[in-house]
Write a protein that binds this ligand. Structure first.
Ligand code: DX5
Ligand code: ZN
Length: 249
């Protein structure tokens, strides 16, 4: 019988757009277990893990031992956003800790084809991330090797920044180049910006600060984002969701 984690991964792989993935960055780090339980109760399909090294980005967050502790309390897929200068050195540690997907920055990977292959060889999903100033053509040669592309709509390092809509042009270009590819967007996503992202072709939205509210009702906060995202998807006309898949939120 497939394990709960395998089932969740299958659901995530086939999830209908818009897929909402809350980020564990602006949560209450004194009570992360409770935060994860609330997000699970809200029906999220996966968690976005923001890993920062104080070098590639001017901030620090958490590493493999912390991720391993979270893996012990949830079967939700972990989509790990590695904002680190040397992702190849930590690939095995993050997979061993329970990451299901590794998102590495195109700005730091010297040989993306090799690293993406190594990630997939470990049974993990592979994604490339591009910062706002990085052109989409940085990922173009690797589109066939990717499970997702993550387009940053803020400079990475901190939650709560303003959404940069100029990056939507890149989302549109990637969508045109690979209509079926999962395109995620990260930074400044909330109920006022989500529709622009999905209209342009984003199928996965990372939601950081807009997730967390004092009453702990994350189903409400994420539901508002999902509603806006659905409106944008309808306007955009590109709904690459797969038939029969469960709703993302
Ligand atoms: C930013 C991180 C984001 C962050 C987004 O460096 O990569 O995932 O959590 O936070 P918001 O949604 O508040 O911009
Ligand atoms: Zn992120």
């Amino acid at each position: 019988m497939p394990s709960e984690r395998t089932e969740r991964l299958r659901a995530w792989d086939g999830a209908t757009a818009p897929l909402i993935t809350p980020s564990l960055l602006d949560c209450d780090f004194a009570e992360v277990g409770r935060e994860i339980a609330r997000l699970e109760a809200a029906g999220v399909a996966a968690l976005h893990l923001d890993v920062m090294d104080g070098h590639f980005v001017p901030n620090l967050s958490y590493g493999p031992p912390v991720v391993a502790d979270w893996r012990a309390v949830t079967d939700l897929p972990f989509d790990a956003h590695l904002m680190i200068s040397n992702p190849a050195e930590y690939l095995d540690a993050f997979v061993d800790a329970g990451a299901d997907s590794l998102l590495v920055h195109a700005e730091v990977v010297r040989k993306p084809a090799d690293l993406l292959r190594q990630i997939r060889d470990r049974g993990c999903r592979a994604g490339l991330v591009i910062n706002p100033p990085t052109p989409w053509t940085a990922v173009e040669p690797y589109l066939d090797q990717l499970d997702s592309v993550l387009v940053m709509s803020v400079m990475p390092g901190f939650g709560g920044q303003r959404f940069q809509e100029t990056v939507l042009e890149k989302v549109r270009a990637i969508r045109a180049a690979r209509p079926g590819l999962r395109i995620a967007i990260d930074g400044g996503i909330n109920a006022r910006t989500a529709d622009q992202a999905t209209e342009a072709g984003a199928t996965q939205l990372v939601v950081g600060s807009a997730t967390y509210r004092a009453d702990g009702n994350y189903a409400a906060s994420l539901g508002e984002v999902a509603e806006a995202a659905r409106r944008g998807l309808q306007r955009g006309g590109a709904a690459p969701g797969r038939a029969g898949a469960p709703p993302a939120v």
